[in-house]
Design a protein around this ligand. Structure first.
Ligand code: SF4
Length: 393
């Protein structure tokens, strides 16, 4: 049988037209997307979605994208928002530096570019939070400019199509160069999104659906029957584990002491349950860094969370005070949805409330781990790198 992607008399090779024809029939419907064949799209919405999709699953991003687009429908509206408002809407999506950069970028575009996104990759990369991947995606999708858009999905597809056995991340430049050979001069935005969709729905990390693949006739890895093994990856060093203590301090009305983290650094400007330093080694076993003198009791179990470069284990100590004896944001649990609590702190809240619910008059019973009505959204996985989705920009 003639390979799907070969013309009579020529060797099979992955042709952009074949992938685009598949995309015309099978494009995923996503709220930030225009239908296939639309030459250019709203740069603000393209940018917003691409920032949110860094390191984060499509289904996790969708409700956040819709809320942002409704609350701040233009770059000027987002630029006029307060950073705390943006962080609060972002809470639960993880990688919070993105939210701070998003806000800074909106202000830069509004203040220095007349509210219009620049149309070149170089100019875009000069803006906060926009790296090589995001700048290429914006020019391709928003402006239909030929650009090679390479995320984790595309790396996997290209590694398989050309059977590249050099492990990642060493293979990155080679895969980028090969991806560039596939990129067409027309329908650049559709092609970029088609590659993403192929990787997300057909050329999946596990059990790729080669029978349904529009490029199956041109795929060297499939011909060699090594597609499930690719791409190879260099062994990754295991993450260190840091440990610390979170302090759950409540007053007799049920209000909980929260505080704002420092502007710079991990989870900068987000709201937290006060905690000790997070250090590699044994957990502190005395109230190290407690926000107030109180009769602290250790709650059973640990709160665990994965960050990009370390794993975290937090013990939770709880105490009740008659008089508010520490500065901070004393907040009733039914108002937690109004503050920018990152995912790790939502886990602390859930853990603490599960073990102290008798002390929270406004909350009855075990609130459960998976759903917390006070937050209004399902908990997102936060940190783990989703399979087949973006590398950090
Ligand atoms: S044939 Fe299979 S391995 Fe090759 S690109 Fe298509 S889905 Fe991926």
């Amino acid at each position: 049988m003639m390979p799907d992607d070969a013309l009579p008399g020529e060797a099979a090779r992955p042709r952009a037209a074949t992938l685009l024809a598949w995309y015309d029939r099978h494009a995923r419907r996503l709220p930030w997307r225009a239908p296939p064949g639309t030459a250019a799209q709203n740069p603000y919405l393209v940018w917003l979605s691409e920032i949110m999709l860094q390191q984060t699953r499509v289904d996790t991003v969708q409700p956040y994208f819709l809320r942002f687009a409704e609350r701040w429908p233009t770059i000027e509206a987002l630029a006029a928002a307060e950073l705390d408002q943006v962080l609060t809407e972002w809470a639960g999506l993880g990688y919070y530096a993105r939210a701070r950069s998003l806000h800074a970028c909106a202000r830069a575009v509004a203040d220095h570019h007349g509210g219009l996104f620049p149309r070149t990759e170089d100019q875009l990369r000069a803006l906060p939070g926009i790296g090589p991947y995001t700048s290429a995606a914006i020019v391709a999708i928003a402006f239909d400019v030929p650009a090679t858009v390479v995320d984790g999905n595309v790396e996997r597809v290209v590694a398989r199509i050309f059977a590249i056995e050099t492990p990642l991340p060493r293979a990155k430049n080679e895969l980028r160069d090969l991806a560039a050979t596939l990129t067409p001069t027309k329908r650049a935005g559709d092609f970029a999104q088609a590659m993403m969709d192929l990787g997300a729905t057909i050329c999946t990390p596990v059990k790729p659906k080669c029978v349904l693949c529009p490029w199956n006739g041109a795929c060297v890895a499939r011909a060699k029957e090594i597609q499930e093994e690719l791409p190879f990856r260099d062994a990754k060093k295991p993450n260190p584990t840091r440990r610390g203590i979170a302090y759950w301090l409540i007053d007799t009305s049920g209000a909980v002491l929260l505080r704002k983290r420092a502007e710079k650094g991990l989870l900068g400007s987000m709201i937290e349950v006060p905690s000790s330093d997070w250090i590699v080694g044994a957990a502190p076993d005395v109230p190290d860094g407690a926000p107030a003198a109180a009769e602290w009791r250790r709650l059973p179990g640990l709160v665990r969370h994965q960050f990009t470069h370390f794993d975290l284990e937090l013990s939770v100590l709880a105490a009740t005070v008659k008089v508010r004896n520490a500065d901070g944001l004393w907040t009733l649990p039914d108002k937690f949805g109004d503050v920018a609590l990152p995912t790790v702190m939502r886990k602390v809240v859930q853990h603490a409330m599960r073990h102290t619910h008798d002390r929270h008059p406004g909350q009855s019973g075990d609130p459960g781990v998976e759903t917390m009505p006070m937050f209004g959204v399902a908990e997102s996985p936060g940190s783990p790198l989703p399979r087949g989705r973006r590398k950090k920009a």
